[in-house]
Design a binder for this molecule. Structure first.
Ligand SMILES: [Zn+2]
Length: 246
């Protein structure tokens, strides 16, 4: 068991929260009960996930996508009211870590993806959120590996036989970061989402592009973080996936 404030302090430090200028507050977003012994992890703090956490009698819910995003209305109405009301009434602490959980060198979404895709020498590209590494493969094989890991069929742009040595990736909605992959001469860029202009940009820069799913590429960081916390503080942990095709 661990106290909620102590857990927040530990996570803030472990994930180097203060190093990031993010689009949302990172850390304890909604305060619940003081004593935590059971934690649930999930990708996004939607009502389905919160209700599942309530069913499981969780003391804390850890997510990658929490509340209070920049440009969001500063009032508690509509679905935001419903979500926060459900958390407060059940005294579940909501912890949300966004960019710190993409970038972390052990439990981050990007390193966790690299491990599952067998990418060698994974390392961030400069001070960007994009990572680079090596595979000795073809686009068809990389796509197959992505499909197996994410359990969904990715959208793939490029020739199946294209040789992929240098590969770059960034979890989530990072399609515009393809520029960083192009700059380092990567053969392939993997991210979650894709926009209309991307296939042509990829083709004209001779780089393959894989849209592997925003949700699907961001399942692993929060699970790894909570596995770490469950060992460190002897907590019960369960990952709950609320399916999302995007
Ligand atoms: Zn995301």
């Amino acid at each position: 068991m661990v106290n909620n404030k102590a857990l927040a302090e530990y996570c803030d430090d472990y994930l180097s929260k203060d190093k990031f200028d993010d689009y949302c507050p990172n850390g304890l977003q909604v305060e619940g009960k003081g004593d935590i012994s059971k934690i649930i992890s999930g990708v996004s703090a939607n009502l389905d996930l919160i209700e599942r956490a309530i069913d499981e009698s969780a003391d804390a819910l850890f997510v990658h996508h929490g509340f209070f995003w920049k440009n969001e209305a500063l009032v508690l109405t509509g679905i935001k009211k419903n979500r926060i009301k459900a958390l407060l009434e059940s005294e579940i602490n909501l912890f949300a870590y966004h960019l710190p959980l993409d970038a972390h060198p052990i439990v981050g979404n990007n390193i966790q993806l690299a491990m599952r895709l067998n990418i060698q020498n994974p390392t961030p590209i400069g001070d960007t959120l994009v990572w680079q590494g090596e595979v000795n493969s073809t686009l068809a094989s990389v796509s197959q590996a992505v499909k197996k890991v994410t359990e969904r069929t990715p959208l793939v742009f490029g020739d199946d036989n294209k040789v992929i040595n240098k590969i770059a990736w960034c979890s989530g909605g990072a399609q515009s970061y393809i520029e960083h992959a192009i700059e380092i001469g990567a053969d392939c860029f993997i991210t979650g989402e894709v926009s209309e202009q991307i296939p042509a940009i990829a083709k004209e820069n001779n780089i393959a592009f894989i849209s592997a799913g925003h949700h699907a590429t961001e399942r692993y960081g929060v699970q790894a973080l909570c596995q770490h916390l469950s060992q460190k503080f002897d907590l019960k942990h369960q990952f709950i996936d609320i399916d999302n095709q995007v």
